[in-house]
Unconditional design. Sequence first.
Length: 298
Amino acid sequence: MNADLEIDLTNMPSGKRYEDRYGEYMRIFSEIAHTPPERKVVVINPPASWWPLFKYLGCWIRGKPQIYFDHCELVKNATYTEDHLDRTAVEVLCGFRPECVDALWKIDMQWSVPPGRVPRSENKKEFIVTNNGSFHRPEVLEYLKNLKHFKPPTRKVVLVPCAADKPYPSPLHQAVLDRMPADFYLANVTGVLGIVPQAAWPTMPHYDSGIPNEWRLMRVAEKYFRLHRHDRVVVYADYYNEALYQAFCNVYPPHEFDSHVTFVNDVKFYYDYLPLLNPEYLKKLENVFQKEREMEIA
C-alpha cells in the first residue's frame, strides 16, 4: 500500500518575488491533483482559503486552518467544519484566491487528474453559473462533448438568444418558431453552452447565468459551423451578435458570407438587450423569411 502523502503548510512557501511563491503554490496543487486516489493525501495546517480546493481534491486536513491570506477568516467561518462542498460552493470559495481559481481550471481542463481524485460529476440538471469556474464544470463539458456528435436536421438554421426560463421554448423562441420556414431548425446561442439546437433542449443543463462569455460562444460556434456547413444562417439576436459575426467570418470566405449569413439586427455592441418580442423587431425577422421564400420561388 502506498504511504500517505503529507504536505505540511505550517510554514508557507516563501520567496522574494510573488511569482516564485505563486509557482510553489501551483506545484503543491499539481502534486496533489496528480496523486492516485488510493494514496491518502494529508495536508497539515493549510491556509483556510485553500481548504475548499483541498477538500475537492479529496485531502485529509490535519491541524488548524491558518489565517494567512485576506479572507481566510471568512472562508474558515463559512466552511471549515463542513465535510462536503458541492461544486458551486467550491467555485465560489476558490474565488477568494487566484491560485485556487487557476488550479481548479487546470484540474478541469489541463492536468491529467487520475479518476477518483476529484468527486464524480454531480450531474445536476440545474446549477448556477457564478464565475469562470462554472464554465468548466463537468455538466457543461459533457454537453460540449455531446454537441460534437449532433447531426443538424437541415442545412438552414435560425439562431436566437438563450432565456432565463427553462425548459424551453421561451415566449421568444415560440414566436420565432411560429414564423420560421419549415426547412429551418432553431438553435440557441449562449455563452455557457455555445450552441443549443432545439433537439438538445430536453437534455441541456438548466443553468442560470449572469456572466456573459463571448469567447466561449465564438469558439463553439466556429467549430460547430465548420463541422456542419450550412446553406443559410439567420441570426435573430442582439448582445452576442459581435461574437457570432467573428465566428462566421472565420468560417465563410468573404465572397460567401452575405449569401450564407443574415443578421436581422445590427452587428454592434449592445449595452442592453433588445425587445426582440416586440412586433417591430419580429416584423424585421418576418421580412427576412419572406425574402427566403421569394428566393426559393425564383
